[in-house]
Design a binder for this molecule. Structure first.
Ligand code: ADP
Ligand code: ZN
Length: 719
């Protein structure tokens, strides 16, 4: 028997399946979709079996496999095909496409194994013997449950060992799932209102059809409640549900709500340990759960009879992965739903312009919820013109926001403040010569972090002591800008009695910290939650009646065609955290650009007007949805070599694709990351017209040159 094996190394020049011979002793164990260990250029590598072939042409040297790793198939037929599709769609290596689908425990990687955890359980073996009262106590305990943990029995008394020796009890090993269960919380079950019912019936009446829906429902309109009811129906029909969410921040809140209604739920996200992830994955594969909740990569969850995929907050850029394979979880979902012949629901209060345009053209079926559920109303939004407003003690707080915060604190209501930048200040600069301290590996300024008193690079993690004085001219270094940490300090000064908790990347590095912060705030252990955009989406705190956006301009002036869309969405989303119960909610937006349409229209919650206006901008700028975008990323450590090659590449593309608009090459920001220089070329086009083949040729041309790396990103969300 011979097999074709795709090995673990991800490089275009070896990204194909190599032939190996299977010695007789392994023949019965080898199946398509399992991992094997093989010799490869003096190394031992793991790889996936993609094909079994009985006979091959004689004549060249074929090596034996070294070992068989799995007894169960890891890549089933659906995933095998999905990987091929993914690699072709994103122009990534096939191996990277398979690896991204799997938890670490099941990736092909020699020398990294994650264990299955077993617990020692005790059962009754033979009761036809005599025992003492003390021993009886142990036996009663086991009789109660059928099976007990050895460690628990040991705590009762030590006679468990004697009973084991006598053969009255026996020890067995049972697989254990590591994730700790949340305590069950009660969550009110609502009868769906008329609008919700309309959406519900629309979907459940065609559960066996592959329809892509866009559920455009304002914040608090009861989308989640509708998802739950739809999933109930899907499960009733004997099928499984996949619910994707954009951030780990939201997992526990949604998980508690889902677990209040359903028993068999698994979660998948990067906040779990590798062991926990492995366990959740096995549960899913064994068909032990009805619902999988997870972030981007859980779109590959091995559910074999999928009945629906729901993508909540589908506008989030987090659904697009920004390293190879640069896939979009929404596109992958469409592919999986096609395979399973089931619906896909994209849900958002602020769909991307692209999504709404598709819905307008009938490519997505539009479902609308335009009122808040229950007795809640949308909050009152006011814009605070920072060019005119008086500031309190030179802080970032306007008088308006300051006064409102005081009011709410006095009424024992809670406040969310959004600052879209982390660290104490964005950077330190010399007040005399303008020197800033930069990362030696990446071409960007370091950020000052006050609690650890260090300068840190947000790209590679490099850290160093701060300069007190400028190394060039010995003048004092000065703070520029304000991050969350500095604002926290300002809040302490302005509102000394207020209890403040901060949520950003720095305070959430530890496992479980997201949930701790959210739960503590929900339990009213704090008055003010200060955070970056990670607090903007999906959170539901009934006692929050004021949301303050400290600087709405941060996202407005990021040089990206998506800056208005992102600003509109950020404001609407974070505003949506206010006034979610009977209490009236308010929002204050501080901005230096009070007349910008993204801000004005977010204030009046007029998505359709924003959509119309933004469509004109996109048409004018030749951007999506009128043009497709494709970014060609070209990287090298060698700057001189790279700058010559990027111009060559541009010329090749221009010659081969005269029908397309080709922009660049331009230096990416930051230009250097981890000592690798990066250029990009942007392609705008209306018709594919052989683009993919030309890009494949390009990759093919450079694939054996290890000085240069080319990566492609279709529909990039970060330019
Ligand atoms: P969304 O997901 O659209 O933000 P949710 O489903 O979280 O909305 O609902 C917002 C709030 O309204 C929640 O507190 C929820 O319990 C409540 N809610 C949802 N549906 C109803 C309903 N039909 N009647 C009363 N309250 C509802
Ligand atoms: Zn760096």
């Amino acid at each position: 028997m011979y097999i074709k094996v795709l090995v673990e190394l991800s490089a275009f020049n070896i990204d194909k399946a190599f032939t190996y011979h299977v010695p007789n002793k392994y023949v019965d164990q080898v199946k398509i979709g399992i991992r094997v260990l093989v010799p490869f250029n003096n190394q031992k590598l793991e790889g996936f079996v993609l094909e079994i072939i009985d006979n091959i042409d004689e004549g060249y040297d074929i090596k034996d496999i070294i070992d068989v790793i799995d007894s169960e198939v890891i890549l089933n037929n659906e995933l095998l095909d999905l990987g091929k599709w993914l690699s072709n769609e994103t122009l990534s290596t096939l191996i990277s496409s398979y690896q991204v689908m799997l938890p670490k425990a099941l990736k092909a990687k020699n020398g990294s194994k994650i264990n299955i955890k077993y617990s020692k359980m005790i059962e009754i073996d033979n009761l036809n013997m005599e025992f003492s009262d003390k021993q009886q106590e142990i036996i009663n305990k086991i009789n109660e449950k059928g099976r007990c943990l050895y460690s628990e029995l040991k705590k009762i008394n030590s006679s468990v060992d004697t009973l084991l020796k006598k053969g009255i009890l026996r020890k067995i090993e049972v697989e254990e799932y590591r994730r700790e269960k949340n305590e069950n919380v009660d969550y009110p079950i609502h009868e769906l209102n008329t609008d919700q019912k309309k959406v519900y019936y629309e979907v459940v009446n065609s559960l066996n059809k592959n329809i892509n829906y866009l559920l455009f429902g304002i914040t608090g309109s009861g989308k989640t409640e509708v998802y739950i009811k739809i999933m109930e129906k899907v499960i009733e029909n004997g099928k499984k549900c996949l619910l994707l969410i954009p951030e780990i921040t939201l997992t526990n809140q949604i998980l508690k709500r889902i677990e209040a209604r359903f028993n068999k739920v698994a979660i998948l996200h990067s906040g779990l340990s590798d062991g926990e992830r492995f366990d959740e994955y096995r549960k899913i594969k064994r068909g032990e759960v009805d619902i999988v909740i997870g972030t981007r990569s859980s779109v590959f969850a091995p559910l074999s009879n999928l009945g629906i995929i729901i993508i909540d907050e589908c506008h989030s850029e987090n659904f697009k992965q920004d390293v190879m394979p640069r896939y979009d979880a929404i596109e992958v979902s469409k592919e999986r739903c096609k395979y399973h012949d089931c619906p896909l629901i994209l849900g958002s209060a602020t769909p991307t312009i692209d999504m709404y345009a598709r819905a307008s053209k009938g490519l997505y079926k539009l479902l609308v919820l335009d009122k808040r559920a229950g007795n809640a109303h949308l909050p009152k939004i006011s814009i605070c013109d920072m060019t005119e407003e008086e500031r309190i003690n030179k802080t970032l707080f306007s008088k308006t926001l300051y006064t409102k915060i005081h009011e709410k604190l006095n009424k024992n209501e809670q406040i969310i403040l959004l600052q879209n930048r982390r660290g104490y200040s964005s950077t330190l600069m010399c007040s005399n010569c303008g020197y800033v301290m930069k990362c030696p590996n990446c071409d960007i300024p370091l950020t000052y972090h006050k609690n650890k008193d260090i300068m840190r690079c947000h790209y590679c993690g490099y850290a160093n002591k701060k300069d007190l004085v400028c190394p060039k001219c010995q003048e004092n270094m000065k703070d520029l800008g304000s991050g969350t940490e500095k604002i926290e300090e300002e809040i302490h000064n302005l509102f000394p009695k207020a209890r403040v908790i901060r949520m950003d990347l720095d305070t959430t590095t530890k496992k479980g910290s997201h949930d701790k912060i959210i739960t503590a705030f929900k339990n009213y252990e704090y008055d003010i939650l200060l955070g970056t955009q990670m607090i903007s989406k999906g959170l539901d705190f009934p006692n929050v009646t004021l949301v303050g956006i400290l600087n709405a301009d941060t996202s407005l002036f990021i040089p990206s065609y998506l800056s208005s869309e992102n600003t509109y969405s950020l404001i609407s989303q974070v505003a949506g955290r206010s006034g979610r119960s009977e209490k009236e909610g308010e929002v204050v937006i501080q901005t230096f650009n009070p007349d910008h349409y993204a801000i004005v229209l977010a204030k009046s919650n007029n998505y359709l007007a924003f959509y119309e206006k933004e469509m004109q901008e996109r048409l004018f700028g030749k951007y999506p949805p009128f043009f497709y975008l494709c970014e060609v990323i070209i990287k090298s450590v060698d700057y001189d070599f790279l700058s010559k090659e990027v111009n060559k590449i541009k010329n090749i593309l221009e010659n081969r694709q005269p029908d397309k608009i080709i922009i660049g090459p331009s230096m990416m920001y930051p230009f250097k990351v981890n000592n690798v220089n990066r250029f990009s070329i942007l392609i705008k086009y209306k018709k594919e017209n052989n683009l993919k083949n030309n890009l494949k040729d390009l990759i093919e041309h450079y694939k054996s040159n290890n000085k240069i790396k080319i990566e492609i990103s279709f529909n990039p969300r970060d330019i």
